[in-house]
Write a protein that binds this ligand. Structure first.
Ligand code: PLP
Length: 461
């Protein structure tokens, strides 16, 4: 339970927030007409706001982050002890938690070998892009520099990662973008682009990547960057047959495979990494959110030894190394928190819980789909699920964004936090998003699903 009372000066704090904090992803008028939301405390699956109101968190901190839940004193203590011993030294040197966490992480990633520390998902992806570009210069006279990305995938908020961004609604008004990033089609069968189903669809969607490679020229394409399960683009699980064919294509054209595990990484889908469901062998894996469950800012760009070795081909060349730095990649709080985070997942068997509770939750959401015609499709993996809302099941016309938002707001009023993806996309979808902490129980899930049920009835009848 919540153990502290609200600060006496909470009203002043709320006012300071309204006056000075530029909140993420909020329209400014919200702060003129209403009170900003401040989250004061968290324990397990629950958070409390500035009114002391309790919410069950169905989205792990709003954006798929707090995988082991709130209030883990064990992580806080490990971070505290480490900060007292050594808080920071630049990443050109190692640190004790940095070494221990990299060893532990790599033990869960057969085939991978090197961890490059940084501090956000965007930055981890930028590191991989820069490595690909440098490899193009070192090996291919600068020619194999293009990076392919997929419609609906998201890789971050920096201009480099936005150039690799498949969600047009996020990119509007921020161009021009960096050249050398090329889009391939999404693989969501529900929004089919080919008249096929199942494995045939998956193979066709992967073949579309090959078509782009051939059109661009295989000798110009250095890497393919994909989310294992697309997150903010609509919780898109790949159709069967997709990933094996993707791997084949990458090998055929000597294209490095970069998997963005910023959301799926560290247990979210029931395996340590999302790609491990599909038997893929990546060259780069980037991760951030669940790495330390938000107890410290840490992200990693992990590579295999093949990529690492490409930076030591000519040891007489003073420029033959990855000439990059991330100042806060040298913070020791990140790996200290990440080590404890992983230990908790192992000791509490949270991967098994994610599989069991993910199965339970998808069944509950499908039962909701039987009741509410507005749910067009339920999809996802582990505790990473989405329910796409459509005005008409046969035409799959999306519901107006306002209505999807109203469902989220009604859940919030009931003390349940859920999310919605894909806002403001003409002709695309609005998908309710669920990603409770990996500690979720059946009764937590029941509470989240029941609130959704009530909210759908209220908004759509
Ligand atoms: N990649 C994916 C798949 C994401 O969902 C996100 C953030 O939501 C990012 C990268 C960017 O991570 P960050 O916000 O830590 O820069």
């Amino acid at each position: 339970m919540m153990d502290g009372t609200l600060p006496n000066d909470i009203a002043k704090i709320v006012e300071a927030d309204r006056a000075h904090v530029w909140h993420h992803l909020m329209q400014h008028k919200t702060f003129e007409t209403g009170e900003p939301r401040i989250i004061v405390e968290g324990r397990g699956m629950r958070v409390w706001d500035q009114h002391g109101k309790e919410h069950i968190d169905g989205v792990s901190g709003g954006v798929w982050t707090v995988n082991v839940g709130y209030g883990r004193e064990r992580i806080a203590n490990a971070v505290r002890d480490q900060l007292i011993k050594l808080n920071y030294f630049a990443g050109s040197a190692g640190s004790i938690p940095g070494a221990l966490f990299s060893e532990k992480l790599i033990s869960k990633m057969p085939g991978m070998s090197r961890v490059y520390y940084t501090n956000s998902g965007s930055e981890a992806n930028e590191k991989a892009f820069k490595m690909v570009r440098q490899i193009a210069h070192k090996r291919y006279g600068g020619k194999k520099y293009k990076i392919l990305y997929r419609d609906r995938d998201y890789h971050g908020s920096t201009l480099g990662t936005m150039s690799c961004g498949g969600q047009d609604e996020r990119n509007a008004q921020y161009g021009p973008f960096a050249p050398g990033f090329v889009r391939v089609p999404h693989c969501l069968e529900y929004r089919a682009q080919w008249d096929l189903t199942g494995e045939d669809y998956g193979i066709r969607a992967a073949d579309a990547i090959e078509e782009v490679i051939l059109a661009e020229g295989p000798d110009t394409v250095g890497a393919l960057c994909l989310e294992p399960v697309t997150a903010g683009g609509g919780v898109i699980t790949p159709p069967p047959g997709y990933w094996p064919r993707v791997q084949e294509i990458c090998r055929k054209y000597d294209i490095l495979l970069h998997i963005d595990e910023v959301v799926c990484g560290i247990g979210r889908t029931g395996t340590w990494f999302g790609y491990q469901h599909y038997g893929v062998e990546p060259d780069f894996v980037t991760m951030a959110k669940g790495v330390a469950s938000g107890y410290a800012a840490i992200a990693c760009c992990v590579t295999n030894e093949k990529v690492f070795d490409m930076f030591k081909e000519d040891m007489t060349d003073p420029l033959d190394y990855f000439r990059d730095i991330s100042t806060f990649g040298g913070c020791t709080a990140g790996p200290a928190a990440a080590l404890e985070n992983m230990a908790i997942i192992e000791e509490e068997d949270l991967l098994a819980n994610t599989v069991a509770m993910g199965d339970y939750m998808i069944d509950q959401l499908r039962a909701l789909q039987d009741k509410h015609a507005v749910i067009g499709q339920v999809r996802g993996k582990g505790l990473f699920l989405g329910a796409e809302l459509v005005a008409d099941r046969s035409t799959k016309e999306p519901v107006p964004e306002k209505q999807a938002q109203a469902v989220v707001a009604d859940c919030m009023a009931q003390g349940v936090v859920i999310g919605v993806t894909n806002r403001s996309i003409p002709g695309f979808n609005n998908t309710l998003c669920y990603s409770p902490a990996l500690i979720a129980t059946k009764s937590d899930i029941d509470q989240i699903v029941e609130a959704t049920d009530k909210a759908l009835t209220k908004v759509f009848g």
